[in-house]
Ligand binder design. Structure first.
Ligand code: MG
Length: 385
């Protein structure tokens, strides 16, 4: 039973296609995303920890699957369109470059140094815009059109799930109704993403011994509360199992609060239709004030103690060096780009084409390219833990 404010049907695809006999439009979009190259590459892209740490830490693919799981749960409880939500969750990170956040920053810096534009707007690297280019242009699977020919709602959600774009600044994106809010199905992706990585990064950070239990207990009061309960209930259990129990309760608290508070927001705003959702000046998918503070606290803790920790910095230096040097190499030697990218460079600016090429790479592939073109071995400074 879909809520009256859920997305009921699609506005359609860029190139009209006959309906499928037993899959709806959003199920087909989900399947197209799963069968794309960009989706498969997520497996070899860093989320937070590069492969040198462990094979069982999250990569972008397993992170994506966790986001989809959390997002489906939230959508089901709010009677939203679960097929649309699942497809949006599965596609939400395909625009990310290799090397996680450090790779994104390095690519952004290289783009700004070379003066890149999106239409008339000078921009660096934007992973949402890049994801749109992937599904619209780079994926080649069908003889009758470029890209995956996804529905309007998926393309709109790719652009708008995590931020608003100023219509005056991005006239090229005007078809995506930039002056309206995205449907709730897209709004919830951003917070499902946060819930997924805030909890997963605590887990991996603890497993990697980069975060100690005491540090987490000191820094995150809500975790300490749940850990205390687990300790009381299972005094003789292994520390890691009590840790898991506490983390599970943190995740559940975030998800439950998001469902309940969003439900209250929807009721409070008198929302009766998708048009009502779109017309509001603000987004409706929100945590309560209390849990929003807890979410913010966890995020701050991870920034201070994990993302900017000394131990992870060799990976960041590595990422910046590899991306920076390869970018410069192809700027000076565009004839060394693959033929299809050389062809693109006749229509688009060279920095944009190089950026697209690099952003599509996996961690492994970009290291190979670096050795091949910059003649250097992989940076060995990273300490094995
Ligand atoms: Mg994500």
């Amino acid at each position: 039973m879909l809520a009256e404010y859920a997305v009921r049907e699609s506005r359609g695809r860029r190139y009209p296609e006959p309906a499928h006999s037993y899959r709806n439009d959003f199920q087909r979009d989900r399947d197209r995303i799963i069968h794309s190259r960009a989706f498969r590459r997520l497996e070899a892209k860093t989320q937070v920890f590069t492969r040198r740490y462990s094979d069982h830490f999250r990569n972008r693919l397993t992170h994506t699957i966790e986001v989809a799981q959390i997002a489906r749960t939230i959508a089901t409880q709010l009677n939203l369109n679960v097929d649309l939500v699942e497809a949006l969750a599965l596609v939400h990170d395909v625009g990310h470059p290799p090397f996680g956040h450090a790779g994104e920053q390095a690519l952004d810096r290289a783009m700004r140094e070379h003066g890149s534009f999106f239409g008339d707007t000078e921009i660096g690297f934007d992973h949402n815009l890049h994801a749109l280019r992937i599904v619209e242009d780079f994926e080649l699977r069908y003889p009758s059109f470029r890209g995956l020919n996804l529905t309007f709602e998926i393309r709109e959600g790719i652009i708008k799930h995590s931020r608003d774009y100023d219509p005056a600044q991005y006239p090229e994106l005007s078809e995506y109704l930039l002056n309206l809010r995205p449907p709730l199905e897209a709004q919830l992706i951003d917070l499902a993403d946060e819930i997924a990585y805030n909890t997963a990064d605590l887990d991996d950070g603890y497993e990697a011994h980069l975060l100690s239990l005491d540090q987490i207990l000191d820094g995150i009061p809500i975790f300490a509360e749940f850990y205390g309960q687990a300790n009381k209930q299972y005094p003789n259990a292994l520390e890691k199992l009590k840790f898991n129990e506490a983390l599970r309760h943190v995740l559940d608290r975030l998800v439950t609060d998001l469902i309940e508070h969003t439900g209250m927001q929807i009721a409070g705003a008198g929302i009766r239709s998708l048009e009502d959702v779109r017309a509001l000046p603000n987004r409706l998918v929100l945590f309560s004030t209390e849990v929003e503070e807890e979410r913010h606290g966890i995020k701050q803790f991870l920034h201070t103690n994990l993302y900017f920790s000394e131990t992870l910095s060799p990976d960041k230096i590595d990422a910046e060096r590899v991306i920076g040097e390869l970018f410069e190499f192809w700027m000076a030697n565009p004839e060394s780009l693959p033929p299809s990218y050389q062809e693109k460079a006749r229509e688009e600016s060279l920095p944009r084409v190089i950026c697209d090429y690099i952003a599509g790479m996996t961690d492994n592939f970009i290291h190979q390219q670096h050795v091949k073109h910059c003649g250097k071995n992989r940076v060995g400074s990273a300490r094995k833990i």
